[in-house]
Design a protein around this ligand. Sequence first.
Ligand code: NAP
Ligand code: F7E
Length: 365
Amino acid sequence: MAKRALITGITGQDGSYMAELLLSKDYEVHGIIRRASTFNTQRLDHVYNDPHKPGARLFLHFGDLSSGEQLSNLIYNVEPNEIYHLGAQSHVRVSFDMPEYTGDTTALGTTRMLEAIRRSGIRTKFYQASSSEMFGSAPPPQNESTPFHPRSPYGAAKLYSYWMTVNYREGYGLFASNGILFNHESPRRGETFVTRKITRAVAHIVAGKQQDLYLGNLDAKRDWGYAPEYVEGMWRILQQEDASDFVLGTGEEHSVREFLEEAFSYAGLDWERYVKTDPKYLRPTEVDCLIADCARARHRLAWEPRITFTELVRIMVDADLEAAGLPAIGEGNKILASKFHSWHQWNSSVSPASQLVDGRVRVME
Ligand code: NAP
Ligand code: F7E
């Protein structure tokens, strides 16, 4: 019988790739989406079919991490074999402006999920989307044994969720695992995260629609990988015999400045002509340097990222050029064809026209 999975955060970058991956593995996939006055399912439209039609395997349900009751109902009714808890207020800068809200969704949302599982009595595997932000100021490279020192309300909320996941594993015997993931990006990355903000600006500058790009700290260093590979890692974490925690990252570090250089020069531009500083993008406390040591994932999960930093930048710039109605430069497309001819659609998934036609996502009542 086909496995059933439940995904929170299915409308996000990782959730949409996870839905594609699981559908390609013949899972029945259920996703929780928030009620909004307009549809917010662009990243999923291409894999969605009317649930009334035979063969439909993706089902969407309204729910919110701020309320436990619907989460309980869903877990009880869907009886998933695997739960990927990817929903969160995931923006670090925003978490300084909305610390209480971030705590409610990113921290307590996890407790609501874990409690719903425990009370339902359903045997399921639970994946918690933990983050390298939990390491904060801990010196790199960071692995599963590195002591945590979060530097943002988001990092602190994720750390709470991390420990609740461990606690429910140890206290109640739940199969509950943390993936401690370093930054992972793609053409589907939200537009206000720094990588996508840069690649989108490159495309808009080439298209003549934008002149300046305002950024904050250019010295921060991150370990940036390609999101679809990380989603595959999450799946592998839940296929283990025993629940456990894993770091996933590339082991390479690059500064925001290097990302700028790489993205602008790929499009034949000099970034220094366009980039300006706006202090509003600075954070009260910054995470200076994150570099993954993912030896454990390499050995235990046989997980190894294939897309390099330069390739990631090219993939994203190509996608944003196309999204802006321009031809891609082409290197990014070639890289994906040669290295990642796999289950996911590399593009931002939906052409602008297809967002408007029928076949829009409909939600199960
Ligand atoms: P994302 O694109 O920001 O997606 C977040 C998802 O959570 C969206 O589907 C969002 O729904 C949903 N969500 C937010 N608040 C919610 C609420 N109150 N109730 C229900 N759903 C809610 O994030 P991502 O990059 O895919 O990341 C996935 C997960 O991994 C997140 O938990 C993130 O914190 C964590 N993580 C990400 C990275 C990374 O580099 N991407 C690294 C480590 C950990 P809407 O579409 O309605 O907003
Ligand atoms: O910032 C600097 C900023 O917002 C990266 C989330 O997915 O990864 C992500 O969190 C760096 C920071 O990602 C701008 O100060 C400069 O040093 O793209 P970001 P993040 O904060 O690392 C972790 C692993 C997660 O778990 C999170 O969910 O870039 N930076 N100028 C800027 N950042 C933004 N957003 N905007 C700027 O204008």
